[in-house]
Each structure stands twice: as structure tokens, then as C-alpha cells.
Write a protein that binds this ligand. Structure first.
Ligand code: SAH
Length: 248
């Protein structure tokens, strides 16, 4: 049980597997006014940077679930490194349908809303693990500029224009689900560059070390085309943010 190997290669050196930075994660934690002992559930926790740094900086406790064996191992090592292994737990497994017995003060899914069929389904799933008055966090892309054509949306690696909303519409959609948007921290282009451009050096080093691997041709093609594709499409059209929601 694992995610496609390509992600475990291209994002092996990432601590944050999203267009978000250390500073933005800390800003989000501060914005939420987290209290010591707050329980945080993180579905699709990646390499665990949110839980580990919030445990260190704000005293939260919690659990992360992720399908990547590599990222989950990295999360456990990060918890040890930051001295928070007694506060956070990382489970290698399927997050779809995961409901925790211990209800959380914060239930999050940052950049993995496909686990429950999209934003609405993921909000519904997280709500089942939330204590009354708790906060749901959704990390999701949005169109900074609406793509003029479907080809441009595909250039952004979206399936179609309809996959994402522009920011005002995304915010309005949370209202239609019965939630107040009580905070948000948005990525910026530098944050997007950190996520995307960091893959390039990782790919280059991996190629140098694994020239005969069955994925070498694929990675070579990506490394050749990604900088230009990213600058032409994703960097111009896509935004990303984390939205904090409380049930009305
Ligand atoms: N929230 C993390 C990771 C985001 S990337 C961060 O911000 O760094 C998306 C993550 O979802 C990856 O770590 C991937 O392994 C995980 N994932 C994908 N499908 C999953 C599933 N069905 N169940 C659990 N995790 C999944």
C-alpha cells in the first residue's frame, strides 16, 4: 500500500508537500490561536511538518495518517528530531473514511481533498472527527486567474477548468456547506516556487544516482519540461491556501 512511486521520488526532499512554507505554517498556527493540548487530526499528513512544528511551537497533540510509507517514516524522524514524539503519532495508511475516536479541536486535510471526493466530501469526513466548536482546515488550490481555455487548465495539470474555483467562489462554497470561514492563510508565488522548483534539484540528483531505473526516462522528460511548464501555467494561474472553517 503506497502512493505512486513518482511522488516518493520527486518530493523525497520536501518537508512540506504543498505550495506552503515554514513561515506560512507557523503563521497559520498563530492565526488559529492554538492552545496547549489541542488535539489535531491531519489526513494526508505527508512528512508531518504541520503536526511536528505545531507540537513544538504551540504544544498541540495529534495524529497524522498518510498513504506514503516514505513520507510517514520521514514524519516520525522529524518528530524525534524536534523532540515531540510523545505528542504526535503518524500512521501509515488510508485516510479515506478515517474517523478518529478522540475528537479533535482541529481536523485538517491540506492538499489531499481527493481522499473524500473533493472539498465537500472532505469537510464532511473531517466533521466526523471534530469536537463541537472545533475548526476544520482545508488546503486547496484555486484559480488566481481563470484559465481562458481548457488547454491552459491542463497546462496547470488540472483535469479541467471546473476542477477549481476562483477565490471568492471557493470561499462562498464553504458557506453553502454550512460553514463560516474564520481564517485563511494563502500561499504566494515564492511559496509556490519552493514547492515546485524544489522538485527539480531532487529530480536531477535522483537521475544522476539512478540512470538505469525504470522511471529514469519519465523523470528526465519531467526535468526537461517542468520549469517552462510551471512558469507558463501553474505559476500564472494557480493559487493555493488553507481555509479555517467552523460550522454555523
Ligand atoms: N498535508 C501534507 C501532504 C500534502 S501532499 C503537507 O502539506 O505536507 C498529499 C499527501 O496525501 C501525500 O503525502 C500523499 O502520500 C497523501 N495521500 C494521497 N492519497 C492518500 C490516501 N488515500 N490516504 C492517505 N494519504 C494519502
Amino acid at each position: 500500500m503506497d502512493i505512486p512511486r513518482i511522488f516518493n521520488i520527486t518530493e523525497s526532499a520536501h518537508r512540506i508537500h504543498n505550495p506552503f512554507t515554514t513561515e506560512k505554517l507557523a503563521a497559520l498556527g498563530a492565526a488559529l490561536r492554538l492552545e496547549t493540548g489541542t488535539r489535531v487530526l491531519d489526513l494526508g499528513s505527508g512528512s508531518g511538518e504541520m503536526l511536528c512544528t505545531w507540537a513544538r511551537d504551540y504544544g498541540v497533540v495529534g495524529t497524522g495518517i498518510d498513504l506514503s510509507r516514505l513520507f510517514t517514516e520521514q514524519a516520525k524522524l522529524r518528530a524525534e528530531e524536534l523532540g515531540v514524539s510523545d505528542q504526535v503519532k503518524f500512521i501509515h495508511g488510508e485516510a479515506a473514511g478515517y474517523v478518529s475516536k478522540d475528537k479533535a479541536g482541529v481536523a485538517a486535510c491540506l492538499g489531499a481533498t481527493w481522499i473524500a471526493g473533493g472539498v465537500a466530501g472532505t469537510v464532511g469526513l473531517l466533521a466526523q472527527s471534530l469536537r463541537p466548536g472545533g475548526i476544520i482546515l482545508i488546503g486547496e488550490p484555486y484559480w488566481r486567474r481563470l484559465p481562458p481555455t481548457e488547454a491552459v487548465a491542463k497546462g496547470c495539470l488540472a483535469g479541467s477548468i471546473a476542477d477549481f474555483l476562483i477565490l471568492p467562489e471557493l470561499l462562498a462554497s464553504f458557506g453553502r456547506l454550512g460553514y463560516d470561514v474564520v481564517e485563511m492563510v494563502l500561499s504566494d508565488r515564492d511559496g509556490y516556487d519552493r514547492y515546485e522548483a524544489a522538485k527539480w534539484l531532487t529530480m536531477r540528483r535522483w537521475l544522476d544516482a539512478n540512470p538505469d531505473d525504470e522511471l529514469a526516462n519519465d523523470i528526465r522528460a519531467r526535468l526537461t519540461s517542468e520549469p517552462e511548464r510551471y512558469a507558463t501555467y501553474t505559476r500564472e494561474y494557480l493559487g493555493w491556501g488553507v481555509f479555517a472553517l467552523m460550522a454555523r
